[in-house]
Design a protein around this ligand. Structure first.
Ligand code: PD2
Ligand code: ZN
Length: 296
């Protein structure tokens, strides 16, 4: 049996702040007990906030359940047809592998060599140091989990971008307008992307506003634009799965289910590049039409 008790917003935000700073949940529970909270209540409050961080759900409201069932993620299959090949407009792409959780698909021939080269040529003069959203302030800052350089295309910015976005929509079954602008990343020797999830954690105002405008991120398509000589693999540490980038290949994975939860098993990274360079294009897809901050 579970009981529902009130949860002060200041206490919730204090827990969220400490989890974001990397304080261990057990240490936060101990501190709450030291401040005269019952042990069951302290654990329930920390679990409720941790679970929102883990599953990308909104922070709990003004109540918390003690003795409730733990949250689990129910995986849903991709909306991509079975078979060894998939026809996308004029193109026939080859299915190299499928994974149940996170729901994923590895494709060959998603892009032609010429499309890869054109994307690199368009992006190269516009590269900037990649930024990440600071989980505490919500501001874009250099550093954090990426040490690559990157740039964004606007939706449908060129005929090539529009053609690729139509191909992505046909693959995923999600409308073009749900996609964020295509991002290109360039890694040089030593550059990496440390383990992270692509869905938004509603722990800061910037993410809350972004989710309110466009919904949560539910899928990522990574398109590899060159063959990589050493390192630079996309890894899923919880699965022990590693994808070796090859020109024209694409990895699609989904991490949102119909209950509005996000899949923590989609944690992934790009290992440090040992030699040469790595070019990758990323399309993040939302539950609704993507509205950039400056167009809200
Ligand atoms: O470049 C990659 O392999 C990679 C790995 C993890 C890219 C991203 N995440 C990303 O763009 O989100
Ligand atoms: Zn990522």
């Amino acid at each position: 049996m579970s009981i529902t008790v009130s949860f002060h917003v200041e206490v919730r935000d204090w827990i969220a702040h400490n989890l974001t700073r990397g304080v261990a949940p057990q240490a936060i529970v101990r501190e709450l007990i030291d401040r005269n909270n019952a042990a069951e209540l302290a654990s329930a409050m920390v679990d409720a906030v941790s679970s929102a961080f883990l599953y990308g759900t909104p922070l709990p409201g003004e109540t918390v359940e003690i003795g409730g069932a733990p949250v689990t993620y129910e995986v849903e299959p991709l909306r991509v047809p079975d078979g060894a090949t998939i026809r996308l407009g004029e193109r026939k792409v080859r299915v190299m592998s499928r994974m149940h959780r996170p729901s994923s698909l590895l494709l060959a021939d998603f892009l032609t060599a010429n499309e890869c080269e054109q994307l690199i040529s368009l992006a190269r003069p516009r590269l900037d140091r990649s930024t990440v959203v600071d989980p505490v302030t919500g501001r874009h800052v250099v550093a954090g989990h990426r040490s690559s350089h990157g740039m964004f295309f606007r939706l449908g910015e060129t005929p090539l971008i529009a053609r690729l976005e139509a191909r992505i929509a046909e693959l995923t079954g999600l409308p073009v307008e749900n996609g964020e602008g295509l991002q290109l990343l360039h890694y040089e020797a030593g550059a990496e992307s440390t383990p992270h999830v692509d869905y938004l954690i509603a722990g800061n105002p910037a993410n809350q506003e972004s989710i309110a405008r466009s919904g949560q991120r539910v899928g990522t398509l990574l398109m590899y634009l060159n063959d990589v000589e050493g390192g630079g693999e996309t890894v899923f540490p919880q699965l022990g799965w590693s994808i070796v980038p090859q020109r024209g290949h694409a990895l699609y994975f989904e991490y949102g289910n119909r209950f509005g939860l996000s899949d923590p098993s989609s944690l992934h990274a790009s290992t440090p590049l040992r030699t040469g360079e790595k070019w990758v294009a990323t399309k993040w897809i939302r539950t609704r039409r993507f509205v950039p901050r400056d167009q809200a």
